[in-house]
Design a protein around this ligand. Structure first.
Ligand code: SER
Length: 324
């Protein structure tokens, strides 16, 4: 199976690429990245191509040249960056997906994974145990692009039979590649400061609760959804979650391992974004249709994050892969 991953140098892509290469072989899995430099591990484990997904000709060339059958389309501008440059967010997130869907229909791509986000919800959506079918009226450009992407995908599936599947990811927490430009980034940054013994200034208030997920669950959910028999799926894009906690609760859990860790709260424009998103998610359709079940809660995730980052810090490689 010939697989392409766009956004392969990003937070999810960098780990998903390695996981897919383990399963399908390094040469079968083409990593495509745009702005960020690829890590040594990514470059050593299989092919890497530079690609701006908003460039349709370049996108088509990569798909043809590598005879791609399955695409994990992760390239995206996240919520906070999207508010700095809404035009670029539209180009990458919507135009990039549109090019891919057109090329998929032309070239007969077998399957596409396209993540969505809790950012599809907005201030008019119920914020607790947010159901799958509810008001999608986001106030960020990122949210607008993700709703558009979901609808576009559904259209291409219905009209042209493109097998596109997606998950509305909550904030993703991981120890390998830091996220860039998201509203949930504080939940990762906090760990780096704790491990370095520095105080952290959090850009949302201590009472801010958001749904979250640890990377191993994030990767497994994508692979399980892609492997699920099509006839079991009642939706193209599923709500999914693993845990919910406030910024204050996360700091307290970290403090159980790093007792003198200090956090100061200075909410900025990202507070408004966080306040427009759900506090918790109802992912029962994912559980019923394809057996979704998270493995990591807050305590296990914090323990593993600190273990991984402390080991890197001790080796002097906390920021080895790329600068935060
Ligand atoms: N974690 C993402 C963000 O904050 C949400 O998809 O933008």
């Amino acid at each position: 199976m010939r697989i392409l991953i766009t956004g392969a140098t990003g937070q999810i892509g960098s780990e998903l690429t390695l996981e897919l290469r383990k399963r399908y072989g390094g040469d079968q899995v083409i990593a495509a990245g745009h702005r960020k430099p690829a890590s040594e591990e990514l470059l050593a484990s299989g092919p890497f191509v530079a690609l701006d997904v908003a460039d349709r000709n370049a996108f088509g060339q990569v798909l043809r040249e590598h005879r791609i059958e399955v695409v994990y389309h992760l390239a995206a501008v996240l919520s906070a960056s999207g508010e700095q440059n809404p035009q670029r967010a539209w180009e990458v997130n919507v135009l990039g997906l549109y090019h891919l869907l057109e090329l998929a229909r032309e070239l007969g791509i077998r399957q596409i994974f396209h993540p969505s986000s809790i950012a599809v919800f907005g201030p008019k959506t119920p914020r607790d145990r947010t159901p799958q079918d509810t008001v999608l009226s986001p106030t960020t450009m990122y949210g607008v692009t993700k709703v558009t992407g979901e609808l576009l995908g559904e259209y291409y599936a219905r009209r042209y039979g493109v097998d596109i599947r997606g998950l509305r990811y909550p904030g993703i927490i991981s120890s390998v590649t830091p996220p860039g430009g998201g509203t949930t980034d504080y939940a990762v940054e906090m760990f780096y400061y704790a491990v370095e013994g520095k105080p952290y200034t959090c850009f949302v208030g201590p009472e801010t609760a958001l749904p979250m997920m640890y990377m191993p669950d994030c990767l497994r959910s994508a692979l399980e959804l892609m492997a699920a028999p099509a006839e079991r799926l009642r939706a193209r894009t599923y709500n999914i979650t693993a845990m919910s906690f406030t910024a204050g609760e996360l700091a307290a859990e970290i403090r159980r391992h790093v007792p003198d860790f200090r956090v100061e709260y200075k909410p900025d424009f990202r507070q408004t974004i966080a306040d427009s998103w759900p506090r918790s998610i109802d992912d029962s359709p994912a559980r019923e249709d394809w057996g979704w079940k998270p493995r990591y809660g807050l305590a296990e995730m914090v323990e593993e994050m600190l273990r991984a980052l402390r080991a890197r810090h001790a080796a002097g490689k906390l920021y080895a892969a790329e600068a935060r």
